[in-house]
Design a protein around this ligand. Structure first.
Ligand code: SIN
Ligand code: MN
Length: 279
């Protein structure tokens, strides 16, 4: 069972993130990336494309219909450390693959995830952990995720709704706020081989630049929410903010390379009632 040590937990409290390079092997990542051409080729509402090209920007809820990603969603190396930090079971709030395609991958403006979830989904507390798993090597060239270390300690900051910059609307932070936080905390961009994993606090301020390189920067982002902290409002469709709050039941550690039976509830498409929304 993957457990964090004292130093890692202290680092999380101080900086708001933990970086675990090469937590997964290249063959485990290959098992996932081999699925992506088919996934990105689907003409479905859960595949959001870049504003200025047909390249997929984000593919949401892949774990509801693809068996390999469904097994990743139940991986103990990913789930156990989060349960350790929260001291309770977690459910999947959001699951997405961000493609950040070679040449075409666009920016993510500075934001905090919890700000979005609190405002849109009425998630009560910042007790949902963000996980990033690198499907490709991440370098300074292919638009690495950037953090302002320690910025989670400021709680929820005032944000404006950006519906213009990219193809995906986001509550983002203004230049003055970012300048003041970054002049104190600096900016880091954890880089490493495919298979590396980042855990980061849902109030940690983050962003990423465009990918001008010839190398994809495909990353799986999962948000694992403490079960007691489940969302209270279904203002967004279910593929953006999941509505099933059952605790994740982990599979064995070899689940990316061995076949285990998993539930694939949306294999025939997203059910109608998951698209209905309530103000
Ligand atoms: C995100 O913040 O949700 C995505 C950032 C990125 O993919 O760089
Ligand atoms: Mn984010």
């Amino acid at each position: 069972m993957k457990q964090l040590n004292e130093t890692e937990i202290q680092e999380f409290e101080e900086k708001g993130y933990i970086f675990l390079p090469s937590l997964f092997t290249q063959s485990e990542m290959d098992a996932l990336t081999s699925q992506l051409d088919d996934i990105f080729a689907k003409d479905v509402i859960s595949n959001v494309r870049e504003k200025n090209s047909n390249a997929v920007r984000t593919s949401f809820a892949v774990q509801t219909y693809n068996p390999v990603f469904a097994r990743l969603a139940r991986h103990p190396r990913m789930v156990n450390p989060v349960e350790q930090i929260y001291g309770e079971s977690v459910y999947m709030h959001q699951f997405k693959v961000n493609a950040k395609a070679a040449f075409d991958g666009d920016v993510w403006q500075w934001h905090q995830d919890f700000g979005n979830w609190h405002t849109e989904d009425h998630m009560p507390e910042p007790r949902a952990m963000n996980i990033a798993i690198f499907l490709d090597d991440v370098s300074e060239f292919n638009g690495p995720l950037m953090f302002i270390p320690g910025s989670h300690k400021w709680g929820v900051l005032d944000a404006g709704h950006d519906t213009e910059t990219t193809s995906y609307p986001l509550w983002t932070l203004d230049k003055k706020t970012i300048s003041s936080l970054a002049n104190k905390g600096g900016i880091v961009a954890p880089k490493g081989p495919a298979g590396s994993m980042l855990l980061f606090h849902s109030c940690l301020v983050h962003a990423s630049g465009p990918n001008l390189s010839p190398w994809n920067r495909r990353t799986v982002y999962l948000s694992l929410c403490a079960v007691s902290n489940h969302i209270r409002r279904f203002q967004r469709p279910g593929y953006l903010a999941h509505r099933q709050f059952d605790p994740i039941q982990c599979l064995p550690d070899d689940c990316l390379l061995s076949n285990y039976d998993v539930d694939l509830p949306w294999v025939d498409g997203i059910p109608e009632d998951e698209l209905t929304t309530v103000k």
